[in-house]
Ligand binder design. Structure first.
Ligand SMILES: *Cc1c(COP(=O)(O)O)cnc(C)c1O
Length: 434
């Protein structure tokens, strides 16, 4: 598969795009072409891993061979998404049954498999910024691979203590830096590193952020599983509306790719917290990011989502691809809804009344869905983290006790090994060259 750089238009192979992560001039790699499946029913009937192999093959088999693709998918996807009925017309697609209990395990594990396989003997530094769950997923996916050094930046004091424990206590090839700033400033430092030619000539840098195309491809697969299981309830008569809790907009970009492949989805709801740059943009066509606001859904505290550029590219390209029929960036395809912390807490309570316990990001997505659903519609909200990862918040809002799964219990007793750094690129650079 060929991908193009959104800024320079130059084309590279999939292997090259995975290894580079971010392209020249900070461009994002985007597919030059997305196939359209004509056998969608057949694909939906396959078991999860086999279906995911089929989907990934349709993108990269021509380049790396079918058996290699199958191998990468089998090693990465060692757990399953689960579709659970949360209210009569709303289903949670639980994506958190992986090793670090967050949906980011899907993308991070597939990317780690790809990189380990493509890098060979080259020594690679994975440099990434996290607002929470990416860190854990990336650290876990790369832990112990000795040709890979992982450096993770996160906003100090702005992620949950348990999240911090999950990825800052590992040691070995996993290095964590607590930055005095917010997620956007961490992200800015990472971006600066990637555009620093001097640095890049000395070390082989790679980003494991949601900007890496391998992660997005992997994430396409769970949308198929969601729709397949939704059909167990509704057959093919009702198409689901899918609400995605959006931060950096990687997750929903994968959803758009899934729809472009032919997956029957009625429309997407891009649900954000108070960092509502995209919902405002969808209403006014003006891109006016505000300062990032800290909210209860901290993994989504992003006011300048880096994957939005891919969404824009996608709609422009697909307009050409699908002859404009169904791919305008309008309410029929994407609705933007911003949810306040108060509404998120309300949604947690409403779900709990129905017997479903959700952490804030998931509850926010359900709130976006319930606002969007019309009378004759049903839908899916993506459940992006295990309730135990936001234990304190849930206990505070719902007044119930949440027990930690074993994995979290073990991490909780370990010592945080992070170093503190100021929000200053030169400090980071020195660290990386050390
Ligand atoms: C990362 C994250 C999100 C946002 O996903 P994006 O792909 O960045 O839009 C939502 N919920 C949780 C729990 C996350 O960790």
């Amino acid at each position: 598969m060929k991908l193009y750089n959104s800024r320079t238009q130059e084309q590279v192979s999939f292997v090259e795009a995975v290894k580079q992560g971010l392209g020249r001039e900070r461009g994002l790699f985007c597919p030059t072409f997305i196939p359209i499946y004509t056998n969608i029913n057949e694909i939906l009937e396959m078991p999860f891993v086999m279906r995911s192999q089929t989907i990934m093959r349709s993108f990269i088999e021509d380049e790396i061979g079918g058996s290699k693709v199958d191998d990468l998918v089998r090693k990465a996807f060692t757990f399953m998404p689960q579709l659970v009925r949360a209210t009569p017309r709303m289903f949670a697609l639980e994506l958190y049954h992986g090793p670090t209990l967050a949906f980011k395990d899907f993308g991070a594990r597939f990317m780690a498999q790809c990189l380990a396989s493509f890098a060979g003997k080259e020594k690679i530094t994975i440099l990434t910024a996290t607002s929470g769950d990416t860190g854990a997923a990336v650290a876990d996916a790369f832990y112990g691979l000795d040709n890979i050094r992982v450096v993770i930046l996160y906003p100090k004091g702005k992620i949950s203590p348990l999240q911090e424990k999950l990825f800052c206590t590992l040691g070995k090839n996993i290095n964590t830096l607590a930055v005095d700033g917010d997620f956007d400033s961490c992200q800015e430092m990472v971006k600066t590193a990637f555009s620093d030619n001097e640095l890049c000539s000395k070390i082989k840098l790679n980003s494991a952020n949601s900007i890496n195309i391998s992660r997005l491809l992997a994430q396409i697969c769970y949308y198929f599983e969601g729709v397949a299981r939704f059909r167990d309830f509704y057959g093919d008569k009702v198409l689901p509306v899918i609400s995605v809790p959006c931060g950096n907009f990687g997750n929903i970009t994968a959803g758009f790719y899934a729809k472009a492949l032919g997956l029957p989805i009625k429309r997407f709801v891009a649900t954000t917290n108070a960092n509502d740059t995209v919902p405002r943009f969808l209403k006014t066509s003006k891109w006016e990011p505000h300062k990032t606001i800290a909210t209860m859904t901290n993994a989504m505290d992003v006011s300048e989502p880096s994957n939005w550029e891919r969404v824009t590219e996608h709609f422009n390209k697909m307009l050409v691809h699908a002859k404009g029929n169904n791919w305008q960036m309008n309410e029929d395809n994407i609705e933007g809804i911003s949810i306040s912390d108060l509404q998120t807490a309300g949604a947690m309570k409403a779900l709990h009344k129905n017997g479903y316990v959700a952490e804030p990001h998931t509850a926010l997505a359900s709130c976006g869905l319930s606002k969007s659903l019309k009378e004759n519609e049903a839908g899916i909200f993506l459940s992006t983290a295990h309730p135990a990862k936001f234990k304190e918040k849930i206990e505070e809002v719902l007044g119930i006790q949440i027990f930690l799964p074993d994995k979290l219990n073990k991490a909780a007793s370990k010592k945080v090994l992070s170093e503190n750094i100021p929000s200053d690129y030169n400090v980071l650079k020195e660290y990386l060259l050390n």
